[in-house]
Design a protein around this ligand. Structure first.
Ligand SMILES: Nc1ncnc2c1ncn2[C@@H]1O[C@H](COP(=O)(O)OP(=O)(O)OP(=O)(O)O)[C@@H](O)[C@H]1O
Length: 231
């Protein structure tokens, strides 16, 4: 579960995030839409503990990020727009390294199964990351999240720069993770994907969460119109 309680971030007189109150249940995918500078990344960074809130609290699985950063971090995985991995290591070596950092010791077979589950083609397992496409790197990122048994997954612009097939594959994989109980928060500019994968969609403007929409209550066109009217 993810929860923001009165979560606020100010930089001097500028409010990047204003009094966010939001609970995302296990198994739910929540998409945050909003223009550049709306406060999406600020929200994610507060959940990650990368930045400190000016007011309020971010909770991961009931644990305050400010009070217990290490415990909160154990429960979450983060996939930024560009997944940071070691270019000189292979897909399987990256997965082994990052899962061992999280305290897991998987056999080669288990590592291969994790990569397969994330949708990576088997021919890539032993190739160095330097030759991977963005979509392939993201799949390793997903495999790491699953290997860590992360209860919460934070995604920042996960489909930007992916071709439609890779983007669709990505959406299917995160839907499967949610079905298995992972809580997912995704910041995106992709209205279509937000509608396709999320159960609820929040529209942010100038640091405020302006509205929350149930994805099944609206068509993609209606969502786009509402978005354009809001921002
Ligand atoms: N360290 C900082 N100092 C001052 N202002 C900052 C700082 N970090 C972020 N901001 C401001 O906070 C606002 C919110 O930024 P944020 O990155 O959360 O937006 P976003 O919705 O993720 O946008 P994008 O879609 O471009 O990623 C922006 O106006 C940004 O300039």
């Amino acid at each position: 579960m993810l929860e923001a309680r009165n979560l606020t971030k100010r930089y001097g007189a500028y409010t990047a995030l204003n009094d966010l109150n939001l609970t995302i249940a296990p198994g739910e995918i929540f998409a945050l839409l909003g223009q550049n500078g709306a406060g999406k990344t600020t929200t994610i960074n507060l959940f990650l503990g990368f930045i400190q809130p000016t007011e309020g609290t971010a909770f991961i699985d009931g644990i305050s990020v400010t009070e217990n950063l290490q415990e909160s971090k154990k429960r979450l995985a983060y996939i930024p727009e560009t997944v940071m991995l070691y270019s000189n290591l292979t897909g399987i070596e990256n997965l082994e390294y990052f899962s061992s950092l999280a305290g897991f010791d998987y056999s080669k077979k288990e590592l291969e199964q994790l990569l397969a589950k994330a949708g990576l083609q088997s021919s890539a397992y032993d190739q160095r990351l330097a030759g991977y496409s963005k979509g392939m790197r993201q799949k390793v990122g997903i495999a790491i999240a699953v290997a860590k048994k992360a209860k919460v997954l934070l995604l920042d612009e996960p489909t930007s720069g992916l071709d439609p097939k890779a983007s669709n594959e990505f959406s299917e994989i995160i839907k499967t993770l949610a079905t298995n109980g992972t809580t997912i928060l995704m910041a995106t500019h992709d209205i279509f994907r937000a509608k396709q994968v999320a159960s609820r969609i929040g529209i942010m403007k100038e640091g405020n969460l302006q509205s929350i929409i149930h994805a099944d209550s609206i068509s993609a066109n209606e969502l786009e119109n509402l978005y354009l009217k809001t921002v």
